[in-house]
Design a protein. Sequence first.
Length: 379
Amino acid sequence: MPAYDFRTVPHIHIGRGASRHLARICAPLIGSAKRIFLVTDSGVRGHGLTDAAVTSLQAAGLEVLIFDQVVADPPRDVVLMAEDKARDFGAEIVIGLGGGSSMDTAKLIALLLGSTQTLEDMYGVNNATGPRLPLVLIPTTAGTGSEVTPISVITIGESTKMGVNAPPLYADIAVLDAELTLGLPRAVTAATGIDAMVHAIEGFTSKIEKNAVSDSLALAGLKKLHGAIERACSNGDDIEAREDMLTGALLAGQAFANAPVGAVHALAYPLGGVFHIPHGLSNSLMLPPVLRYNAQAAEPLYAELAEHLGLHASTDGLVTEMERIADEVGIETRLSQLGISHNDLPRLAQEAMEVKRLLVNNPREMTLEAAQACYEAVL
Ligand SMILES: NC(=O)c1ccc[n+]([C@@H]2O[C@H](COP(=O)([O-])OP(=O)(O)OC[C@H]3O[C@@H](n4cnc5c(N)ncnc54)[C@H](O)[C@@H]3O)[C@@H](O)[C@H]2O)c1
Ligand SMILES: [Fe+2]
């Protein structure tokens, strides 16, 4: 195997109720800093999920400014608005607390305040150079794995998803507190959980950068998620299941941070960009047709994953199980259920083909015709 690098976040704290002790967990990072900029969305804040963290920080004598205007698939303008607020405040440390949208926004704020680069300089792979402000990420979905990835995804203009992917986006500390995920609604639990499973599956079949370390993490992550997703969906208060989901999403995140995702994500992105379908649901919809298309090139790897989960060792075994889970937890499985029609498919396929940074990782080359056929298959 050729030489490879494996990177991840240096400090990961996992503990129920950890956000109540946030100041203590982060004390070495905080040092003598006084002003903390906390990035979240109004839903997360409205559910009271920022309260424990803020109380802990304030009790330690820190000043906290909450920015709660993040929205799903964060638009560039929201990032720039948050940047202005953070600068005016004189932020010294950035905390992202929420789902992938809040964490991705927080990552960019830390970078924009710490470096001289503009957002436009940062788009793409390895273009952001840092330095950045100290950064703590606390996920409330399980999830994107953004707390351990060097990636931020934002929306430019009406519908284009742009990614910033560079090592300075790895946080200093990721804090996993399963209590924060107890109130996650069933459909969001299901969709974000399937997103995490897709990270493990696509990381394991990533064409260029797949390696022994990312493989182990993908296998471990997928097994945890598979064992917990239906329990977490049927009983949201099952803290064991919630913690397994959070840990599984973290492991899958560590895998795909190093062995990037492919065509499932590339075809999912236009569904988010054009139709504002949540990221997890978009991935859940596109997983079956893309895996079936990829089977010609990736059958042994899909079979290995299926066997690892105790399923029939084949692409079909894996895909059928993922379809069963989506059915069982009751999320949409057809594009037409979400208002998408046959006429929309050429545009979706064209936009998907633009997501070249991900398509290069797909085990089988994706073509415009094949992309359109994948959408057609789940219309
Ligand atoms: N950086 C990465 O590596 C990476 C990876 C995958 C996806 N993403 C990006 O992440 C975003 C999607 O993130 P997401 O799926 O976590 O969703 P999200 O952050 O958009 O949140 C979805 C909704 O769930 C609510 N919510 C979050 N936690 C909750 C909780 N505990 N209880 C109740 N409600 C809660 C939020 O208020 C919001 O309304 C997309 O923009 C996607 O492109 C990033
Ligand atoms: Fe994802």
